[in-house]
Design a protein. Sequence first.
Length: 401
Amino acid sequence: MGSRIDWTEGVSALGFGCMRLPTKKTLFIKKIDEPEAIKIIRHAIDNGVNYVDTAYMYHGGKSEIVVGKALKEGYREKVHLVTKLPVGKVKSANDVEKLCREQLAKLQTSCLDIYLFHGLNKNAFQKVKDLNLIDEMEKLKAAGLIKHYGFSFHDNLQVFKEIIDFHDWDACQIQYNYLDQDSQATTQGLEYAASKGVAVIIMEPLKGGRLANPTQEVSEIFGKAEVKRSPVDWALQFVWNHPEVSVVLSGMSSFDQVKQNLDYASNSGPNTLSDAELDTLKQVSEVFKKAIVIPCTACEYCMPCPSGVAIPRHFAILNRLADAPDKKMALKFTRRMYKELAATKDALNDAKDNGMAKLCTKCKQCMEKCPQGIDIPAELEKINSIIEGKGSIEKLYPRME
C-alpha cells in the first residue's frame, strides 16, 4: 500500500459514528441527550475506540458541539477526530476555511486528523473541481488546521472511480454492507480505492439499522448457521472480513450498543469468515433484498421537510408493512399508527416534523439531499395511496407479490 494510508496504522477496527447519538424529546423537539452521549463516547474510547466521526449537519448542527464536549479532559489526544466540510454551504473557495474554523471551534480543537468533503456525488464533485476546493484543503493542511483530507461518497461506481482517479486522496468514506455490494461504490470500488493506496472508511454497515432487525425468514437462516451470532455481529463481521477496509463506523446510540460492538470488534479480522458463513450472508442478502421496498437508512438528510412531512418515518412504516407476513392485519395496525401523524399544517407539532405524506407539495428539496437517490415525492404518493386504500403494496411494488 502507498504511504497515504500510513496514518491508519493503529486505528481501531471500530469507529464511533456520531450521526445517531442518543436523543430525548423536549417540548416535541428531539435533542441530543448530552450526558448520555458523552458517557457512551468516552466509554468507547476508554475501551479502545480511537476513531470518532461527525459532520457539520449531524443532529441539526449539534453533533460537533457534543463531540467537542466529550473529547475534553484528555480524550481529544486519544482519538483520530474526523468531521466533514458541508459542500452544499460552500459558495466560494473562501468559505472552506471559514467553515473549517467554525467546526474547529465547535469541536474545541485546533486541528482535525481528517477533513472530508461531505457526500460527494457527480454534482458536488463538479463544484469541488469548479471552485478548486482541493487547493483550499491543501491550504488548511499547510496552516496546520487539518492533517489529512478525503471525501465521503454517495453515487455510483463510475462516479466513484472518477473521483478516486482525480487526486491522491488520503481517505474515502463509503456506504458498504452485505446488501450494498453492488450499489453505491460497490465491492469493486472498495477494492479499487484500496489498490490506489486510499484508506477506506465504511459507513452504514447496518444500512441504517435495517440489518439489525431481520425478518423471521432471515432469523431462521441465521439460526441454521454453525456459528451463532447476532444479526448486528453478522453484518459487522462481513465488513471487517474485507482486508481493504481501514475502519468501520457504527452510529451507536446506547451504552448496550457500544458494549456489544466492542465485543464484536474484538473478534473481528480480515479474511476470517468461512465459505459457509459467506454463503449464509448471501442467502440472507437475497431475502432482505426482496423485503426492502425503500432503501432508506434513516440518515434524516432529507429533514426538515418544508411541508412538515415525517419522511423517514413513512419509509420505516412501509418497510415494516412489506416485512409483515399478514399484510391485511399489518395494514390495519399501520393505519391506526398513521393517525398519530398530522393531517394538516395547523396540526404539525412545534418541530414541524410529524406530517402525513399527503402534505407533500413535491418541492423536491428532499431529493437533492437524499444520499440514496430516492424519488421521495413519488414514494410518499404511493404510501399515501396504500394508507388510504386507493392502492395495494403488491400492485404499487410488484416484487412484493
